[in-house]
Ligand binder design. Structure first.
Ligand code: PLP
Length: 378
């Protein structure tokens, strides 16, 4: 590899939400103004229309908007009747919310290791974790690529378990040509602003082909209330608001284009970085469309590389530095004898590079050249 001199200094943020907004500013501002003057702010026409648009996009019968991606998992668990005394199999390498939701309904998260090639649940380890108390599996389609979801559903069916797919990082990703979130009993997602489909605040949704379950989720998100001042069950206040739904309706039309731009960036990074022996680039499984919520490399020199890139004003992130089973909040689970060796190892090696649809060629080159330069001069 030849020595790289990259003279020009550019700042590269991990994500650029301002450019993202500015590209659609006029349309979004008009939609928000329409909601403001309608005085219809909660569960109005935009939420209904967005739920229908997203259902069509996913080829799924029902979509139910809610307040955020964490609530979406809580609502899914509640709708399936999961609570105290139950166990839910999931992964420790995810955002904390996945397991937090399990604990919030009174159930216990049981962690299974991941495979390092796609950072997702290791399906070969699931059956060993099933006990009489197990009720559900929550796989996470991490970083924008599906887990081996058909295998997960097969195992769940063999053992009479439910599957909730956490699609917060994978909306629009496909497995064998089918949208993630539509394989299990319920799919959930987050519209947190940095997600591939993000709103301008908090938001979330659930997807299901089971219409009876959808009705129950609709009740649960709205105080268990089928009509005003009538409450059939104890529920939550967890609604997607009209302003966010109006924004999401506009943004949904661009999701495939944005996901493709991320994929192109991912391919570009991979072609530039694949020659560096000290780096493992993300692998894309042949039956998956990876939507690159994150482009996450692995390297033993992670901390030094991150430090060096920071000096060059390139932001990077460690998604996630501490596995969930090691978090203080779950210290009460210590009695469990987990074998999570891959999870525990890769959190010291992973580094996510800047990734957003607006990332231009100059910035991509600047990132790649500085990474090459770091390993060349090491
Ligand atoms: C995998 C995963 N699950 C759940 C969530 C929770 O979503 P929210 O922040 O909207 O509650 C997130 C958000 O960061 C996530 O990345």
């Amino acid at each position: 590899m030849s020595k790289v001199e990259y003279k020009k200094e550019i700042a590269v943020p991990i994500i650029d939400l301002v450019s993202h907004y500015e590209a659609l500013k006029d349309e979004i501002d008009a939609a928000v103004n329409d909601v403001l003057s309608s005085a219809n702010y909660i569960l109005g026409p935009n939420v209904t229309a967005f739920e229908q648009d997203l259902a069509k996009y996913l080829s799924c019968k029902n979509v139910i908007g809610c307040a955020n991606g964490t609530d979406a998992i809580v609502l899914a668990l509640k709708a399936l009747g999961i609570g105290a005394g139950d166990e839910v199999i999931t992964v420790s390498h995810s955002y904390f919310a996945t397991s937090e939701a399990v604990a919030l309904v009174g159930a216990e998260p049981v962690f299974v290791d991941i495979v390092e090639s796609d950072f997702n649940i290791d399906v070969s380890k699931i059956e060993k974790a099933i006990t009489k108390k197990t009720k559900c599996i929550i796989p996470v389609h991490l970083y924008g690529q599906s887990c081996e979801i058909e295998e997960v559903v097969k195992i769940a069916n063999n053992h009479g378990l439910y599957v909730i797919e956490d699609c917060a990082q994978a909306i629009g990703a496909k497995y064998n040509g089918k949208m993630v979130g539509t394989f299990g009993n319920i799919g959930t997602t987050s519209f947190y602003p940095t997600k591939n489909l993000g709103c301008f605040g908090d938001g979330g949704a659930l997807f299901t082909n089971d219409s009876a379950l959808a009705e129950k989720i609709r009740l649960l998100r709205m105080h268990g209330s089928p009509k005003r001042y009538v409450h059939d069950i104890v529920g939550f206040n967890s609604r997607l608001d009209e302003i966010q739904a109006a924004i999401l309706r506009i943004k949904l039309k661009h999701l495939d284009r944005w996901n493709q731009a991320r994929k192109d960036t991912g391919d570009y990074f991979s072609s530039c970085l694949s020659g560096i022996e000290e780096i493992v680039i993300p692998s894309i499984k042949p039956n998956c469309t990876h939507i690159f919520h994150q482009y996450t490399i692995r390297t033993k020199s992670r901390d030094k590389l991150q430090e060096e890139l920071k000096k060059k004003k390139i932001d990077t992130l460690i998604y996630y530095p501490i596995p969930i089973h090691k978090q203080k909040a779950f210290s009460y689970l210590k009695g469990r004898n987990y074998n999570l060796s891959v999870t525990e190892r890769i959190c010291n090696e992973i580094l996510s590079l800047p990734m957003y649809p607006e990332l231009d060629r100059e910035k991509k080159d600047y990132i790649c050249e500085n990474i090459k330069s770091f390993f060349h001069n090491k």
